[in-house]
Design a protein around this ligand. Structure first.
Ligand code: UT7
Length: 323
């Protein structure tokens, strides 16, 4: 008997306002054609004034709890992956806890930028395997629109707001790759690459700051490192790309998604793609894609899924799970 962290429910939430590429043509020198062809993005959602990351996260969490047939009182811990918490502290996770009416257990944020959800899933798995928690809500939620410099055409067209959530539950398996649940993970960071992607705000500056990215360099690292980490996570359990039913990648750029799938020898009809509708929602992009992939009828119970992500830090990693 082997303990496994098994997905019991999934959900998501997107703010009501949809912003098509054409809207950017009014205030910066760009075009729908450039944004589509270079990134695959067609539209994204932006949060309304006063609509915070913890609001988006709580809505996604309710959707996931519904899907699992559970209520907030059934949950032992909340892990929220975000780089856009409502306040410097307390954590947005504790705000979600209060919004869900959950008065027991514990909640905290994980900050690994676009790799945040992969880090959060790995942390939740460790809590479950160590007996610290039986049921964990793992959420990715972001309001990256609040970090944009609207004059910087190289970044402001790429990001969006949203949230996705999973409910993980401790169950016993037989210790083989046929088990449902998280089967393997592979995490990395390398702080030497800080300047490739960062926000120039924080407590040391007294401002929230704006996002800066050396897109071409991040692209180069992404293409190299994402397939590498996915292969490493699969290799740990004796699997290869041939065994994968779905890659559910971080949704930053369709060209990165395609290059990674190619390196993993997984055809694109086995990749969940949502970048056209959501843009890059950082830590929210993988749980959003899992939820949308299930709603579309792509992901089914028993499917072998690989998630992979890279972002500021640089921080990157992957998780292999059986749905
Ligand atoms: O989630 C975290 C991880 N982030 C990522 O994975 C993002 C990784 N990077 C990328 O996705 C791509 O590098 C971008 C989409 C950001 C850029 O695509 P690119 O093919 O690398 O374009 P580029 O940066 O080389 O820019 C090509 C040209 C430049 O003009 P010149 O120097 O060739 O005259 C840019 O100034 O396109 C110009 N450009 C734009 N033109 C119209 C840059 N942004 C825009 C824009 N509209 N919005």
């Amino acid at each position: 008997m082997t303990l496994r962290a098994v997905v019991k429910g999934v959900g998501h939430f997107l703010p009501a306002r949809v912003v098509p590429n054409s809207e950017f043509e009014h205030f910066i020198d760009t075009s729908d054609e450039w944004i589509r062809s270079r990134s695959g993005i067609e539209r994204r959602h932006f949060a309304a004034e006063g609509e915070t990351t913890s609001d988006l996260a709580a809505s996604a969490a309710r959707d996931a709890l519904n899907d699992a047939g559970l209520v907030a009182a059934d949950i032992d811990a909340i892990i929220l992956a975000t780089s856009t918490a409502d306040l410097t502290f307390p954590s947005a996770a504790t705000m979600v806890q209060a919004k869900l009416g959950m008065t027991r257990g514990f909640a905290f944020d994980v900050q690994a930028v676009c790799a945040g959800f992969v880090y959060a899933l790995t942390t939740a798995n460790a809590l479950i395997l160590s007996g610290q928690a039986q049921r964990v809500l793992v959420i990715g939620a972001e309001t990256f629109s609040r970090l944009m410099n609207w004059q910087d055409r190289t970044t402001c067209v790429l990001f969006g707001d949203g949230a996705g959530a999973l409910v993980l539950q401790a169950e016993t398996g037989d210790g083989t790759n046929a088990d449902r649940g998280i089967l393997s993970a592979d995490l990395h960071s390398d702080g030497r690459f800080k300047d490739l992607l960062y926000v120039d705000g924080g407590v040391s500056t007294g401002t929230t700051g704006h996002l800066h990215m050396q897109g071409k360099e991040v692209f180069r690292h992404a293409v190299e490192k994402l397939a590498e980490t996915a292969h490493a996570a699969l290799d740990k359990i004796g699997l290869t790309g041939q065994d994968v039913d779905w890659i559910v990648p971080h949704q930053a750029n369709i060209r990165i998604i395609e290059a990674t799938a190619k390196r993993m020898q997984v055809p694109m009809d086995h990749v969940v793609v949502t970048v056209q509708d959501h843009g890059n929602t950082s830590a929210a992009s993988i749980p959003l894609a899992l939820s949308v992939g299930k709603d579309r009828g792509q992901i089914h119970q028993g499917d072998l899924i690989v998630t992979e992500a890279i972002g500021g830090g640089l921080a990157w990693g992957s998780v292999v799970l059986r749905w």
